[in-house]
Design a binder for this molecule. Structure first.
Ligand code: ADP
Length: 490
């Protein structure tokens, strides 16, 4: 039974297909199993969706394999135009998709709307890239033959997506896969399946042939996807989630030497030099830290601030974060929603308690509120010592720990002191320093006087244990293409 409030909330949830999309048909799970989807701001159930069995997942792979050859042979322009129509439909329905996302994930509606538009952008970008899959023609250096290089769809893909960006993490895999001529099975996170189901309906209405996109929602991710990864017909696994699960999936994928892309955890440093424009740095910090309630792999996880400006930066950031309105994401003026579940809230609280226990000071926040929902207040911690766990571990919550440094070398060493390498943010007005620092940071992405790096036209991805592979940009489609070279005697 649904306990959601307003009629518009009931409408958006009611409109979503709750079954499995397999071979162009919506169907129940074998045996009729379902799983609840909760509103994290109340802990109450929004609705139930199908809980796929391993057999259902295999049926989805069968459907993807059945149409792979036909889809690969479909003219690129046609593939692109389907994505373009889906882009337009997502933009036209941004309001209802945003509300749906807020209900299942918790972030404020304005942020959900921003994600919907960001997600749509991948559909538009890859609709344009579908017609630019090109090869090369060359004469061998010794003149003995010609060399033809072509790029072909890799084949059926399994796409596993997380709960923090329920739509965008889907479109930045589905967009390039479909554009490249691959068929896919998507397994969204069980906490936030509704946005993906709504997207599947839109792609279906946009004319995507049955079987090209299959969606399986399931309570047990491992049991459902394991048999697909073990099936030699699967040719590609793209995963966004924790480093821990990514590592397990890579081990599984080694059996058939499956091609993989991994977007894993992050521990982004946000470095503020003494020559930075401090107000701009605080504006950037608000975005890098508070976007998505801090539940982003790109979230600024730790602030390294030059000792001479640390007090001023801390005071300005604490004032801004302390003034943010916390509440249910669908309510007017709310800027900080709940965390996704109580496990996440416990983890965040334990990291804060650890830092405070080691001598950090909570300038704002740090106290868990009573009442329903998994809320945690925006928190700024000053004087965080080097051994605090939250400088090493991904926080995934609205907590900004601030540590200080004295020299540029010290700042870079601190920024790189992590097994992760997704993104780093740097604030400085010195051009030489900016270039020096960006070059020495061990990350896949950098924000220079800029608190947000995500863009459909840019290659998103990490190094070290943040993973490999790039999503978006001209590079994004390469993850779904294999290079074939033919030697031609002339
Ligand atoms: P997070 O919860 O931080 O997003 P997870 O790595 O736990 O990160 O989950 C990301 C996605 O991976 C989700 O769709 C989840 O259901 C899926 N997942 C989790 N464990 C496994 C597993 N053992 N095999 C396949 N997929 C998994």
């Amino acid at each position: 039974m649904s306990t959601i409030g307003s009629s518009s909330e009931q409408d958006v949830v009611g409109k979503v297909a709750k079954g499995l999309l397999i071979g162009g048909e919506w169907r129940d799970a074998t045996g009729g199993g379902t799983l609840p989807v909760e509103d994290p701001s109340t802990g109450e159930s929004l609705c139930e969706v199908a809980d796929a069995t391993p057999e259902d997942a295999m049926a989805a792979l069968d459907a993807a394999c059945a149409v792979q050859a036909e889809w690969a042979a479909t003219p690129p322009r046609e593939r692109g135009e389907i994505l373009r129509r889906a882009y337009e439909a997502v933009v036209a329905r941004a309001g209802e998709l945003a509300l749906l996302m807020t209900l299942e994930m918790g972030k404020p509606v304005a942020e959900s709307r921003a994600e919907v538009l960001y997600a749509a952008d991948f559909l538009r970008w890859f609709s344009e890239e579908a017609v630019r899959i090109e090869g090369r023609w060359a004469t061998a250096p010794n003149g003995g033959m010609r060399m033809l290089t072509m790029r072909q769809p890799v084949g059926p893909c399994l796409l596993i997506t997380p709960w923090n960006f329920p739509l965008a993490m889907g479109t930045r895999k589905i967009g390039p896969a479909v554009a490249a001529g691959c068929t896919v099975v998507v397994k969204p996170a069980k906490l936030t399946p509704l946005s993906m189901l709504a997207l599947a309906q839109i792609l279906d209405e946009a004319g995507l042939p049955g079987g090209v996109l299959n969606v399986v929602t399931a309570r047990s991710a491992g049991k459902t996807t394991g048999p697909l990864i073990d099936d030699p017909r699967l040719r590609k696994l793209s995963f966004t989630g924790s480093t821990e699960v990514g590592r397990q999936l890579m081990a599984q994928a080694s059996r058939h030497v499956l091609r993989v892309s991994m977007e894993l955890g992050g521990n982004a440093p946000f470095v503020v030099f003494d020559d930075a424009d401090l107000d701009a740095a605080v504006d950037g910090a608000m975005v890098a830290k508070m976007r998505n309630i801090g539940e982003a792999c790109t979230a600024a996880n730790r602030f390294h601030v030059h000792a001479s400006v640390a007090d001023a930066f801390t005071e300005k950031l604490a004032r801004r974060m302390g003034a943010m309105k916390v509440g249910r994401g669908s309510e007017d003026g709310v800027e900080v929603g709940p965390l996704i579940d109580d496990d996440q809230r416990r983890k965040v609280a334990a990291l804060v308690d650890d830092a405070v226990g080691r001598g950090a000071r909570a300038i704002v926040g740090g106290e868990q509120p009573d009442g329903p929902g998994h809320f945690y207040p925006p928190t700024v911690l000053a004087g965080v010592p080097g051994d605090a766990r939250l400088l090493r571990e991904e926080i995934f919550g609205p907590v900004a720990p601030i540590a200080t440094f004295a020299t540029e070398d010290e700042a870079i060493a601190a920024a790189n002191r992590t097994e992760y390498g997704l993104v780093a943010y740097v604030y400085t007005r010195d051009l030489d320093r900016a270039i020096r620092v960006i070059e020495r940071l061990e990350t896949g992405m950098g924000g220079l006087n800029q608190g947000l790096v995500s863009n459909a036209a840019a290659p998103f991805g990490g190094v070290k244990q943040s993973g490999f592979g790039r999503e978006g940009g001209v590079e994004g489609i390469d993850e779904y293409l294999s290079i074939k070279y033919a030697a031609i005697r002339v």
